[in-house]
Write a new protein. Structure first.
Length: 214
């Protein structure tokens, strides 16, 4: 899920595209789901595996929520058209559903301006929780920081208004370039059949409290 200025960049991942002129009621439903502590996690997870579809069992294991709770919130997301059924499979006499994303979980900064400050903040909080959850999952699986070329960077500093805008623009460029890399990788993997590397790119820029005065 991303907040980004409304602009098109060549090479952006096709998976992040969505229909133009989405009805306002669907955007409101998306914003409400993205601010919800469980539905946000499910939206992000379904979007991540939307190409093949993902089951309740897989989602339950991935987001670490009980299957009954996952099913309840997926039904709610299905009702408002944010997720759909990609396929069905018979498993031990039970029909198992595989879900796909119907509306990618992202909002532009222009769309975000339509919502009150508290709801916008809750959406940001859910993204942060998702990032921390992914990092915790990687640490628990003992893969965090092991692969050559991994990057973990923290850069504190003080900026003026222009510097803040420049840092934001830098994050947006990195976002679009990252999406283009992911799309090219998917295309190559389809043709080579090689085993994929599960990777996560996290982009953060936020204000922190100032240091206490001496």
């Amino acid at each position: 899920m991303i907040f980004t200025p409304r602009r098109q960049v060549e090479g952006v991942s096709e998976r992040s595209e969505r229909p133009k002129d989405v009805p306002p009621e669907r955007l409101r439903a998306l914003a409400e789901a993205m601010a919800h502590p469980v539905r946000a996690k499910l939206l992000f997870a379904v979007a991540e595996k939307s190409d093949a579809g993902v089951s309740i069992r897989q989602l339950s294991e991935r987001v670490r929520e009980p299957s009954r709770r996952v099913r309840y919130h997926l039904d709610a997301l299905l009702e408002v058209g944010l997720v759909g059924i990609a396929s069905r499979r018979s498993r031990r006499g039970v029909v198992e559903r595989f879900y796909r994303i119907e509306l990618m979980p992202w909002l532009t900064t222009e769309e975000l301006d339509e919502y009150d400050e508290d709801q916008a903040r809750q959406m940001s909080v859910q993204i942060l929780k998702a990032i921390l959850g992914d990092a915790s999952l990687a640490v628990g699986a003992k893969v965090f920081g092991l692969r050559s070329g991994h990057i973990v960077v923290r850069i504190p500093g003080e900026v003026d208004d222009q510097g803040w805008e420049e840092l934001g623009s830098l994050q947006v460029r990195a976002l679009h370039e990252s999406q283009a890399v992911l799309q090219r990788s998917r295309d190559r993997l389809k043709s080579t059949g090689d085993d994929p590397i599960s990777a996560l790119v996290a982009l953060l820029l936020f204000e922190v409290p100032p240091w206490p005065l001496p």
